[in-house]
Design a protein around this ligand. Structure first.
Ligand code: ASP
Length: 434
């Protein structure tokens, strides 16, 4: 074992350092123009934004090449359909379990009861217009794949790439060079992920320092009931429900799984974006957990888009909270509508920061809760977004592992090897003289 610290530990240390620096600035230098202009909105903002762009830059090419390799690797259409069906069913199941758990526990703790609406400092929230469900299905098919790639529309990219890859298989021998090329390009992209991982500690530090400079912990105080119940349920779902499913359906050790997922969870936490975390999730699931590329390349990006357990939990708790604040009785049918709506809403919205609030507005519109109530929870939402995105990403990886196990496409030697897939050093090999 080398004396060097693992990349995950480094990221964790820099993350905590960012949190501390940000909190110190928030407490002692909130009015210092130099610190705000040059550090918070200068250095931290620029470095953080560059880091997020670097992660996002990997997503589209990585998903495309990886998916072509994955589909061609499966090589059998019925298996592809089966994996897709299982993924969809499990994603819906975990989301439904998450929100049901959230509503049940939140009803018990009743956050928001006795909340002084008049004294609350509320921001403004304008409800976005929700697209009709029919449009969500129409939008699955890109009318122009180039536009889908340019916009990074994940479901459309998945649709087109799978169709493309299936047709590579259908042309037989002639398609082999394209498969070979995709495999090489996929290896290159995996290496790019590796390179980006090496600057991650600095990026994570900048993101954390900026967030905590702007979001003082003290803003949680008036919302402590909502905040605490929500974080409790998020942790319960991630370490309870999901791990139980992993143990029962996936028959693998939850402890080992969690150890191997740590870097993806940290990335999700600091970026608040399941989408931007896709490269790291794919790396963890394939290289550390041992899931075959043919399953991971499809299920991980699919999950980042349609599976949001943490977000669903936020919606459940927010519904109970706002209903209590406004003294509105939703009743069983109201809550069942909330469950159905949030499961459906998660399909049509991508995993990017803050999207949970937009979904919440759709849910509130449907059950007749005041959408302007969302303004109450906006203040603490940025911090909660970090926690729930980690839960979202954990859910994606749990479902991927369960499916891989049922399809026998996981290498259990890799899973049990504590050092498997540890970040490699980045260096250019010396080229032999020509
Ligand atoms: N930020 C979350 C994600 O990317 C979505 C949300 O809850 O806002 O998964």
């Amino acid at each position: 074992m080398s004396g060097k610290m693992s990349m995950t530990s480094k990221i964790m240390i820099w993350m905590v350092a960012g949190l501390l620096v940000g909190s110190l600035i928030n407490n002692f230098a909130a009015d210092n123009a130099w610190v705000q202009d040059y550090l918070v909105m200068g250095l931290f903002h620029v470095v953080g934004a560059i880091f997020i762009s670097m992660l996002k830059m990997l997503v589209v090419p990585l998903v495309t090449f990886s998916l072509i390799c994955g589909v061609c690797g499966i090589g059998d259409l019925s298996k592809l359909g089966r994996v897709g069906g299982k993924a969809f069913a499990l994603f819906m199941l975990t989301t439904a379990l998450a929100i049901t758990l959230a509503i049940t526990i939140a009803t018990f703790f009743a956050p928001g009861e006795g909340f002084e609406l008049a004294s609350a400092t509320t921001g403004a929230f304008t409800a976005p217009v929700a697209p009709p469900l029919s449009q969500v299905f129409i939008d699955l098919v890109p009318s122009n794949p180039v536009a889908a790639y340019a916009e990074g529309n994940m479901l459309q990219i998945i649709f087109f790439t799978i169709l493309f890859a299936v047709c590579i298989l259908m042309i037989g021998e002639a398609g082999q060079p394209i498969i070979d090329l995709s495999e090489r390009l996929n290896s290159v992209m995996m290496e790019v992920v590796n390179v980006v991982m090496h600057v991650a500690p600095i990026g994570v530090f900048a993101l954390m320092a900026k967030t905590f400079s702007l979001q003082g912990i003290d803003m949680i105080v008036p919302m402590i009931g909502y905040f605490a119940v929500l974080v409790f349920i998020l942790l319960l779902h991630a370490t309870g429900t999901l791990m139980l499913l992993l143990k029962v359906l996936g028959r693998v050790s939850p402890m080992q799984f969690l150890r191997k997922m740590r870097s993806a969870q940290l990335f999700a936490f600091s970026t608040s974006s399941s989408n931007a975390t896709i490269p790291v999730t794919l790396q963890c699931v394939e290289k550390r957990i041992g899931v075959d590329n043919s399953t991971a390349s499809f299920v991980v990006p699919f999950g980042a888009t349609i599976n949001m357990d943490g977000t669903a939990i936020m919606q459940g708790v927010a519904t109970v909270f706002i209903a209590n604040v406004y003294g509105i009785e939703l009743g069983l049918s109201g809550y069942l509508t909330v469950i159905a709506m949030s499961v459906l809403a998660s399909i049509g919205t991508a995993g990017v920061p803050g999207v949970g609030l937009i979904m919440l507005a759709m849910v509130f519109n449907q059950v007749g809760l005041p959408v302007e109530g969302i303004a109450l929870i906006i203040g603490v939402d940025r911090l909660l977004d970090m926690v729930r995105t980690s839960v979202n990403v954990t859910g994606d990886a749990v479902v991927t592992t369960i499916i891989a196990r049922s399809e026998n496409s996981i290498d259990m030697d890799v899973f049990h090897d504590a050092n498997a897939g540890h970040e490699k050093d980045v260096h250019l090999p010396k080229r032999a003289p020509v």
